[in-house]
Design a binder for this molecule. Structure first.
Ligand SMILES: C[S@@+](CC[C@H](N)C(=O)[O-])C[C@H]1O[C@@H](n2cnc3c(N)ncnc32)[C@H](O)[C@@H]1O
Length: 279
């Protein structure tokens, strides 16, 4: 797909999913909270710093950092989806944060001056962009000398059954297309060499790469389907187009594939994020 067309399609998708992400925000943060903690610890922001969060979605990573910046410092919470930025704006107001500026911006073309910020955060964003090296080069341009980037991507599909259990079933049933080779997607930076390569291509010096395990809990298969409809554009599109028989077949197969993940009171599906910091 042409990169511009890809961007418009994904923007439309994120605009559509913003309200679902807002509804699911608290539970999702319980799931990926360890990743937020890793990123903010690695960034180590100081009072008075300016920190930019890219592809912030509901904004939670930046909002973990904002209190550390103090009244003299400032967080720029950003996303290319205006609907997502509104979700983040409501959350910042709920938290009573006063040092946050909200911006609609594309990480591949950041409308900030050179050397404008002390730190950049990005959780699960770069791998979804058609030109991640350009986004990283833009990130480097806006970072002051000595500034730092902390980012997270997902490890391999095999290590993230919380999302791939459903993806594989939809693929096998012919309800979703196979991922295009080389196209942006959740697992494109699962290969550490590729991740190191894009950092280097953008001129960053990698400081640390670490895996952070996560665990997503579901009450039952219906809960998984409910959450997937709220948070996954692909799943929700397939589900809304599916016939009653197809829905039943998906649910039955999910129940079978969930057996290895049964715990008291439901299911716990694991995942692995890869967190990295660079200067
Ligand atoms: C998987 S969500 C992650 C949201 C948030 N960082 C989190 O971890 O909860 C990806 C986010 O990236 C945003 N996004 C995708 N491409 C972008 C781009 N080129 N520039 C800015 N934001 C982008 C989407 O709108 C969406 O909010």
């Amino acid at each position: 797909m042409d990169p511009q067309e890809y961007k418009l399609t994904t923007l439309e998708n994120w605009q559509r999913m913003a309200s679902g992400w807002e509804q699911h925000r608290e539970d999702r943060e319980k799931f990926v909270g360890p990743v937020s903690e890793w990123l903010v610890r690695a960034l180590a922001p100081k009072p008075g710093d300016t920190v930019l969060e890219l592809a912030a979605g509901p904004g939670d990573v930046g909002f973990t950092a904002a209190p550390l910046l103090g009244p003299e410092g400032h967080l720029i919470s950003s996303d290319f989806s205006p609907e997502m930025v509104e979700v983040a704006r409501r959350r910042a107001a709920e938290l009573g944060l006063r040092n946050v500026e909200h911006r609609v911006l594309d990480a591949e073309d950041i409308p900030l001056a050179d050397d404008a910020v002390d730190g950049v955060l990005c959780r699960f964003g770069f791998m979804l962009m058609p030109d991640p090296v350009r986004a990283l080069a833009e990130t480097r341009r806006v970072l002051r000398p000595g500034g730092r980037l902390a980012l997270a991507v997902w490890s391999t599909a095999e290590r993230n059954p919380w999302v791939t259990v459903a993806g594989r079933i939809l693929l096998e049933f012919g309800l979703a297309p196979p991922p295009e080779p080389g196209a942006p997607g959740m697992f494109v930076f699962a290969d550490e060499q590729r991740l190191r390569g894009v950092f280097e291509d953008a001129g960053f010096t990698l400081e640390r790469i670490e895996e952070v395990p996560v665990l997503q809990r579901y009450d039952d298969v219906d809960d998984y389907i409910r959450v997937s409809n709220l948070t996954s554009g692909m799943f929700s599109r397939v589900w809304s187009d599916a016939s009653a028989a197809e829905r039943e077949a998906i649910a039955t197969r999910l129940a079978e594939d969930f057996v290895p993940y049964a715990v008291a009171g439901g299911y716990a599906l694991p995942g692995v994020a890869v967190c990295a910091s660079a200067a």
